[in-house]
Design a binder for this molecule. Structure first.
Ligand code: AHR
Length: 492
C-alpha cells in the first residue's frame, strides 16, 4: 500500500520571524566570484554600472538578495583591507595564496563592496582578518566604514570619496579559525575573539568563528568564554557542506546517478541534526536565544568541472542543487528561533552558485530560482507544522520523501515543498485548521530530469514556472509534487 503524506499547518500560531538574512549569499575573492562575476571595471565592454555587471545587478535585485558575506572565506584571514582602498593605480597587488596563486590587484576593495551592496539592496557582512591581521586593523576597518566622528579613518574615507558612513551591521571575527584561519584551538580562539571584539567599537553584530560541522567542543568552549561578556558576541557561525562522497572525491556536479543523488539528499538532511545539537549547547549559555547561529557557509561542494582551474572551485548546478537548496532553506526556516542568517557558498561562479558567468554571458542556475521562489519567506512569520512524510527508500536506506516549511506575511500563507525522490511523484494532503483561505496559486522549479541544468548559449532547462493548485475546500488541499521538484503554494 502506498504511504500517505499529510501536512497540517497552523497559520494562527505563527510567531517567530524568519530573518531575511537566512536568504544570504557569500562572495569570496576566489576564482571568478568577484572579478568577472560581479566586477568587470568601468572600461569593460560588458555592460556595467560603475564597473558592476548590469545583468548580475538586475538578477540579484530580482532574487531579493538580502545579505552578502565578503571578502572570504580563507581569503579573509590573508586580507589587509588598507590594500584595497584609495586610487586603484596605487593599490598593491598581492598573491591569492589560498585560491590558485593568482594575482589579486585589489581593484575591488571595501568601497567597491559596500557600494555594490547598496546598489543591489543587500546588507553587507564583513569578515575581519584574525589569522594574520591585528586588532588595530580590525578596529580601524569598523571605524572607516561606520563612524560618524571626525577621526583619522573617517577622514581617510572622505578623502576616498565617501562622506557618509555605510550601514554595516554584521562583522565576522575570523573565518574557520580551526583551519585556514589560523589552525587554533577553541580556547585560544575564544580568547582572541574576546580581544578583537572588545576593540571593534561600533560593530553592532559580531559573529564568532564557529564549529566545523559536528565539532561540538568548539561551540561549547567559545560560548562558555564569550558569554562571560555577553555584549561581545551576537552570533556564532557554523560551516557544513554537502559532500556527496568524500573530500578526495566529492562526486561530479553533472553526469551523476541515483547513488550520488541519494547521498547528497541524506547528507543535506544532516544539517537539521547539526543545528539542533549546536543550538542545545548554545541554549545552556544563552537560553534567551540572543546569540544567532549563523550558517555562513553551506551548499553542495563537487569536483571542479574538467578543464577548469582546480583552485577556482567552478561547478555546474542541476536540479539536485535546487532540491538541496530548498531542503536546507526549509531547515533554516524551521530553526528561525536560533538561525538568524545563512549564506550559501558561493554567490557567483564558485561552488553552489546562483549565477554563472562567462565573458558577456550569464546563466541563472536552478539554485537561483529556488532563492527567487523562497524570497516570500523573508521577514515573514514561521508557521508551525506537522509533516508526516512517506519514505524515499534507495538500496535499503530511507529518508523522508518530502521536506517543507511555511510562513505567513500580509495574510498570505506560503508553503515551500521539496520532493527528494528523483523518480516518483508524491501526493500530499494538506490541512489548514482555523483559517478559511479562498484562493490558491503555485510556482514550481523543475526540469526534465534530476540532472537538468542551464548552460551558456542554450535555452534554459530549469526555470520557475506557474504550478496549478486547486482551491482549498473546507480547510483542505491536495497537492501532487512531481519527482525531483521544488514547489511553492500560496493561499490567501
Ligand atoms: O567556500 C570555500 C572555502 O570553504 C572557504 O574559503 C572556507 O572558509 C571554506 O573552507
Amino acid at each position: 500500500m502506498a504511504q500517505e503524506n499529510r501536512l497540517t499547518v497552523y497559520p494562527d500560531e505563527a510567531k517567530t520571524k524568519i530573518n531575511k538574512e537566512i536568504y544570504g549569499q557569500f562572495a569570496e575573492h576566489l576564482g571568478h566570484g568577484i572579478y568577472g562575476g560581479i566586477y568587470v571595471g568601468e572600461n569593460s565592454d560588458i555592460p556595467n554600472i560603475d564597473g558592476y555587471r548590469t545583468d548580475v545587478v538586475n538578477a540579484l535585485k530580482a532574487m531579493k538578495v538580502s545579505v552578502i558575506r565578503w571578502p572570504g572565506g580563507c581569503f579573509a584571514d590573508t586580507y589587509h583591507w588598507k590594500d584595497g582602498i584609495g586610487p586603484k593605480d596605487k593599490r598593491p597587488s598581492i598573491v591569492n595564496v589560498n585560491w590558485g596563486g593568482v594575482t589579486e590587484d585589489n581593484s575591488f576593495g571595501t568601497n567597491e563592496f559596500l557600494d555594490f551592496c547598496e546598489l543591489v539592496g543587500a546588507e553587507p557582512y564583513i569578515s575581519v582578518n584574525v589569522g594574520s591581521g591585528t586588532v588595530e586593523e580590525a578596529s580601524q576597518w569598523v571605524e572607516y566604514t561606520t563612524s560618524n566622528n571626525d577621526s583619522p579613518m573617517t577622514r581617510l574615507r572622505k578623502k576616498n570619496g565617501r562622506q557618509d558612513p555605510w550601514l554595516v551591521k554584521y562583522w565576522g571575527v575570523g573565518n574557520e579559525s580551526w583551519g585556514c584561519g589560523g589552525n587554533m584551538t577553541p580556547d585560544y580562539y575564544a580568547d582572541l575573539f574576546n580581544r578583537f571584539s572588545t576593540y571593534m567599537w561600533g560593530a553592532q553584530y559580531k559573529i564568532a568563528s564557529g564549529p566545523n560541522s559536528n565539532d561540538y567542543n568548539w561551540t561549547e568552549t567559545v560560548m562558555k568564554k564569550a558569554m562571560r561578556h555577553p555584549n561581545l558576541i551576537q552570533g556564532l557561525s557554523l560551516h557544513y557542506y554537502t559532500i556527496a562522497h568524500n573530500w578526495s572525491n566529492k562526486g561530479d556536479a553533472t553526469g551523476f546517478n541515483e547513488d550520488d543523488w541519494f547521498a547528497s539528499m541524506k547528507k543535506t538532511l544532516y544539517m537539521d541534526e547539526l543545528i539542533r545539537r549546536h543550538s542545545a549547547i548554545m541554549d545552556r549559555y544563552d537560553p534567551q536565544k540572543r546569540v544567532g547561529l549563523i550558517v555562513d557557509e553551506w551548499g553542495n561542494w563537487f569536483n571542479v568541472e574538467p578543464g577548469t582551474n582546480p583552485g577556482f572551485l567552478f561547478q555546474q548546478n542541476t536540479m539536485r542543487d535546487a532540491v538541496v537548496a530548498g531542503v536546507n532553506l526549509n531547515i533554516f526556516n524551521e530553526h528561525a528561533d536560533r538561525v538568524k542568517m545563512a549564506n550559501i557558498a558561493q554567490m557567483i561562479n564558485v561552488l553552489q552558485a546562483v549565477i554563472l558567468t562567462k565573458d558577456k554571458q550569464m546563466v541563472l542556475t536552478p539554485t537561483y530560482y529556488v532563492y527567487k521562489m523562497y524570497s516570500v519567506h523573508q521577514d515573514a512569520r514561521l508557521v508551525p507544522m506537522n509533516l508526516k512524510s512517506a519514505s524515499y527508500t534507495y538500496k535499503g536506506d530511507s529518508i523522508p520523501a518530502i521536506s517543507s516549511s511555511a510562513s505567513v506575511k500580509d495574510g498570505v500563507l506560503s508553503i515551500t515543498l521539496c520532493n527528494l525522490d528523483p523518480e516518483k511523484a508524491e501526493s500530499l494532503e494538506c490541512d489548514i485548521p482555523g483559517v478559511n483561505y479562498k484562493e490558491a496559486s503555485g510556482k514550481i522549479v523543475d526540469g526534465q530530469s534530476m540532472e537538468s541544468y542551464n548552460d551558456f548559449g542554450k535555452k534554459p532547462e530549469v526555470t520557475m514556472k506557474d504550478f496549478a493548485v486547486a482551491k482549498p475546500k473546507n480547510g483542505k488541499l491536495n497537492i501532487t509534487l512531481p519527482a525531483h521538484s521544488v514547489v511553492l503554494v500560496q493561499l490567501k
